[in-house]
Design a protein around this ligand. Structure first.
Ligand code: KG4
Ligand code: ZN
Length: 361
């Protein structure tokens, strides 16, 4: 098969991502406009505002992407776009834009499931190391799942969060701690700020949290308990120290280290169950291949969490991978790459020209 180019469009949340990837996994262009700066000012994402920002930026992001790739639109083989899951208002901007492009350029559309794109992204950079099937731990601001991945469009869910996602918990706790008043963290997401602060801890065992769902024999997750315990511990410390309403507790770094340890332990506990299940003689999910685990989504950026999971997996003879950092969080590359995976798996039968039927959800 000769080399062809797929354009990927991602607008499921608060990043406008447009990228072009070729069928060998070379990134020809990667444009990413983050709305983080706007939303941190309001303490969270306001969906109509996110939609306005996507609308205002998507055309120029597309133009810049073609320019960066030094390609003409006619050279694209297909247009891949996130259709689910995500904020409906945000998704609509990407899907409408993709339909408009597809119609104008007479190119096929490839609908992409956002979480699946996170799951397959690591294969772009390690094509030979990560054959199907593999186990995937998806950890982001909106999701937390363990899934067996058989191929594009073919995932079996083993467990998921019953309440918050880990990134969401990090973001809310970082805001409650008021980490954003420290200039170095002002524009960072909560998870990144907590990871950095945790490295500055002088007494990392000062705070401890119970292990969630410790008695449940399944692969589900829960982060609401850790979040509420965090709020309670912060309030207690603030009262003790008489922290002003715009201040921050003195040992915030120790707190972050305890929080990160609690989240890591929970993720490891559930991943261990999933590995044990996949390796059972009746299941033999990996067949004769080497057991492989992919950690993906924004929280996979976290070096402490990834190192812990990697260490655990190694005890089961399982290799672990994650996408490189620039591709862990939401971006257009992972959507374009999922399009490539669809093309490689299904050939031309995956190509859809019924543009109006490609819609959100
Ligand atoms: O995958 P993503 O970019 O968007 C979603 O689909 O949710 O993930 C964003 C989430 C945020 O909640 C952020 O706090 C978290 O990923 N995150 C991190 C780190 N970098 C981003 N969490 C922990 N450690 C990090 N270094
Ligand atoms: Zn995501």
């Amino acid at each position: 098969r000769s080399l062809s180019y797929v354009l990927g469009i991602e607008t499921s949340c608060d990043d406008t991502g447009i990228a072009i990837v070729d069928t060998s996994g070379n990134v020809k262009a990667n444009v990413l406009d983050s709305q983080q700066e706007f939303h941190t000012r309001y303490g969270g994402i306001i969906p109509p505002r996110a939609q306005d920002l996507h609308r205002a930026r998507i055309h120029s992001a597309y133009e810049r992407c073609l320019e960066e790739a030094n390609l003409q639109p006619e050279q694209l083989a297909a247009i891949a776009v996130t259709t689910r899951p995500g904020l409906p208002l945000s998704l609509l901007v990407g899907v409408r834009f993709a339909r408009h492009l597809a119609r104008r350029l007479k190119k096929p559309l490839l609908p992409v499931h956002h979480m699946e794109a996170h799951a397959l992204q690591a294969r772009m950079e390690h094509p030979d190391a990560i054959p199907f099937p593999f186990l995937c731990l998806l950890v982001s601001g909106g999701h937390c799942q363990l899934a067996m991945v058989h191929g594009p469009g073919r995932l079996t869910l083993l467990g998921q969060t019953l309440d918050d996602a880990p990134g969401e918990a990090f973001d809310k706790i970082a805001r409650r701690l008021r980490l954003y008043i420290l200039p170095e963290y002002r524009l960072w997401n909560g998870g990144r700020a907590i990871e950095h602060a945790a490295r500055l801890a002088t007494d990392p065992s000062a705070y401890d949290f119970p292990l969630p769902l410790s008695q449940q024999r399944n692969c589900n997750f829960s982060f609401a308990g850790i979040k509420n315990n965090s709020f309670r511990a912060i309030r207690k410390k603030e009262r003790m120290e008489r922290t002003p309403p715009d201040g921050i507790i003195s040992n915030y770094a120790d707190f972050c280290a305890g929080l990160l340890r609690a989240v890591s332990r929970h993720l490891m506990h559930r991943t261990q169950r999933a590995l044990e299940y996949c390796l059972q003689p009746q299941v033999r999910f990996f067949g004769d291949g080497q057991p492989t685990l992919v950690v993906s989504g924004g929280v996979a950026n976290n070096d402490t969490i990834f190192a812990n999971i990697q260490h655990l997996a190694a005890q089961y003879g399982c290799r672990s991978f994650r996408p490189s950092k620039r591709y862990c969080s939401d971006n257009g590359v992972m959507i374009a790459w999922h399009g490539v995976e669809q093309l490689l798996q299904d050939g031309d039968s995956s190509l859809r020209f019924d543009f109006d039927k490609v819609d959100i959800q």
